[in-house]
Design a protein around this ligand. Structure first.
Ligand SMILES: Cc1cc2nc3c(=O)[nH]c(=O)nc-3n(C[C@H](O)[C@H](O)[C@H](O)COP(=O)(O)OP(=O)(O)OC[C@H]3O[C@@H](n4cnc5c(N)ncnc54)[C@H](O)[C@@H]3O)c2cc1C
Length: 345
């Protein structure tokens, strides 16, 4: 008897992975190695494309984000169970035996059916409304302190944001420089007590409204206050507000946390059997490439294991070719513990 895993129908994938960042690609690699028929659908707009060098990924420190993706996709192409489709997923809905995934690339619309889904579409960033900020984002304005703090070590740094965790961000940043000014743009909150703690370490807080950032070909040179004054700075860390763009799964009613991220259990199962999530869409706040890749591998292991065990729970559904059908999606294990599943906001 063949040991090639059964495929319910040539039109039904075992897994549809939405998003081909490190989370989605890592999940894909582990799933195709488990011989799960996997389609990866990706809009190919990496959030980190703004930078030329990404840091902290073992063996790939300093690699360009696009190169990292290219290498991963080259590896995946060696596997017969892998398919890739460049498109934006517009809707995922429940259908008999799994999920229907609708996508759009220009005028071309496609629809795929899969027994399970992995959501790995990352987050979008809402920045303080400073007109020129994006021009320096990824080169001398950064959001991830752990990723780019080393390159800006010893610099004259700004911490810009409109949230209530700026003091904490500045404390973290002080590992890389002692010259830091926190700019709240008149919106972000730093308590008097936190301001005093920061002042003890030479970090000042500027609560004035900002006009813009300024710079030249060499990079950022300063922060322009609404009054016109320019405060010289050589680099900045900005605190965006992160929003997972998950409208395409609205109809599934997945549990989300107060920050809008998907609630998952320790292995990446969402509140709906058959739907898994990994990477920045599943964590409060963006992490790092290697963390997202690790989560992708973890979710692949859980998903593959769930499908394998479901076959044994359903003796009428042997796993290998020549046998009739696979386990139904409803027989996959319960996902998020009710206590973990918080209301949507
Ligand atoms: C400027 C910048 C610099 C960074 N530098 C570093 C660094 O040096 N080191 C580091 O470790 N981390 C860095 N990060 C963080 C890192 O990029 C993220 O943590 C990581 O990419 C998250 O991986 P992910 O797979 O969850 O999502 P992403 O990498 O964001 O990938 C999500 C993918 O999903 C696709 N997508 C979104 N919606 C849809 C849809 N509806 N349909 C189809 N596809 C969709 C997107 O096009 C994208 O390709 C940086 C981030 C930024 C913004």
């Amino acid at each position: 008897m063949s040991t090639e895993p059964v495929r319910e129908s040539p039109d039904v994938y075992d897994v549809a992975i939405v998003g081909a960042g490190p989370a989605g690609l890592s999940a894909a690699l582990n799933l195709v190695r488990a011989r799960r028929h996997t389609i990866v659908i990706d809009g190919n707009r990496p959030r980190n494309a703004a930078t030329f060098h990404s840091h902290g990924f073992i063996t790939r420190d300093g690699v360009s984000p696009l190169e990292l993706r290219k290498l991963a996709r080259q590896e995946l192409q060696e596997y017969p169970h892998y398919e890739y489709h460049q498109a934006m997923v517009t809707a995922i809905t429940r259908v008999d035996g799994g999920f229907s995934v609708a996508s759009k690339a220009g005028l071309q619309k496609s629809e795929y059916t899969a027994r399970t889904v992995v959501i790995a579409t990352g987050v979008t960033e809402v920045m303080p409304a400073l007109p020129t900020l994006r021009a320096f984002y990824g080169t001398s304005i950064h959001s991830c302190i752990e990723c780019d703090g080393y390159e800006e070590r010893g610099g004259h740094l700004a911490m810009i944001g409109e949230t209530d965790d700026l003091a904490d961000r500045a404390m973290l940043l002080s590992q890389w420089s002692s010259d830091i000014i926190v700019f709240t743009n008149g919106v972000g909150t730093v308590t008097d007590m936190d301001e005093a703690v920061l002042a003890d370490r030479g970090i000042t807080v500027d609560r004035r409204a900002l006009d813009d950032v300024v710079g030249d070909q060499t990079g950022l040179t300063g922060i322009r206050i609404a009054t016109g004054e320019v405060v010289p700075r050589s680099a900045a860390f900005v605190r965006p507000i992160y929003e997972p763009a998950l409208a395409y799964v609205d109809s599934l009613g997945l549990a989300t946390g107060i920050d809008g991220h998907l609630v998952v259990d320790a292995e990446g199962r969402t509140s709906l059997p058959g739907v898994y999530a990994a990477g920045d869409s599943a964590e409060p706040g963006p992490r790092q490439l290697i963390v997202a890749a690790g989560q992708g591998a973890r979710v692949a292991s859980a998903l593959n294991g769930d499908l394998a065990r479901a076959v044994f729970a359903n003796p009428a559904a042997p796993a290998y070719a020549g046998a009739p059908s696979a386990a139904p999606v409803d027989s996959l294990p319960a996902t998020v513990e009710p206590a973990l599943a918080r209301d949507r906001h």
